[in-house]
Design a protein around this ligand. Structure first.
Ligand code: ATP
Ligand code: MG
Length: 188
């Protein structure tokens, strides 16, 4: 234990760099967006300024949508998707994704924004709604102390490469597959 403590103390001492980081939360398991929101709560506790950009919003407002809009240190942009299973319209979705991204761009150069959440961004890249090179370039050139959190399944290797912290959440079980409907406070 003593040796372990010495090792850990040395590692803590060595980690002296202070900078904005990119956190990427991917994988098929539940917990990506809610983890991002956990970090939003942490940031709020430190009185930090936060921007949340939601790509692919569901039809129903989630508990956090209701709660977070009441927070003065948070500004939110939500993609106005035309997507429904009945009227799948790729061109409209692409246009909406681009509009959302263009609105989000104001935050990356804003030194007063400490944390930007890009919720479900991976799909915009995977469906080719947005140009990945443009995204990577913009993120690389953001304010240097700004943190970014990206969520969504199937993150590309280039997104993984630019992120500083990457977690892949594995799907072991989900209540939905036992016919349990989405539960308030857990799923929405
Ligand atoms: P959460 O917002 O709960 O953290 P997530 O961001 O990891 O979930 P998404 O793919 O964005 O996952 O889906 C959000 C919704 O879908 C939530 O209601 C969540 O419970 C549900 N969900 C997430 N993963 C699964 C899964 N593997 N099977 C079934 N439903 C899922
Ligand atoms: Mg999510």
């Amino acid at each position: 234990m003593q040796r372990k403590k010495a090792h850990i103390d040395a590692r803590i001492k060595k980690a002296s760099i202070d900078k904005g980081i990119i956190v990427l939360l991917t994988g098929n398991g539940k917990g990506k967006s809610s983890s991002a929101l956990g970090m939003v709560c942490r940031a709020l506790g430190h009185n930090m300024q936060i921007a949340i950009v939601k790509f692919l919003k569901g039809t129903q407002d989630t508990g956090e949508d209701v709660f977070l809009t009441k927070q003065t240190n948070i500004r939110t942009i939500t993609m106005n998707t035309g997507f429904t299973w009945d009227t799948q319209d790729r061109e409209l979705d692409k246009k909406m994704a681009l509009e959302t991204w263009q609105q989000a761009e104001q935050y990356f150069g804003d030194k007063y924004i400490d944390l930007v959440v890009l919720d479900e961004l991976t799909y915009m890249i995977n469906y080719k709604y947005l140009d990945e090179k443009v995204i990577l370039n913009t993120l690389n050139n953001r304010q240097k102390n700004q943190h970014i959190i990206i969520t969504g399944r199937s993150a590309t290797k280039d997104l993984i490469a630019i992120a500083d912290t990457v977690s892949e959440i594995t799907d072991i079980k989900h209540a939905f597959r036992s016919d349990i409907k989405a539960q308030k406070g857990i799923d929405l």
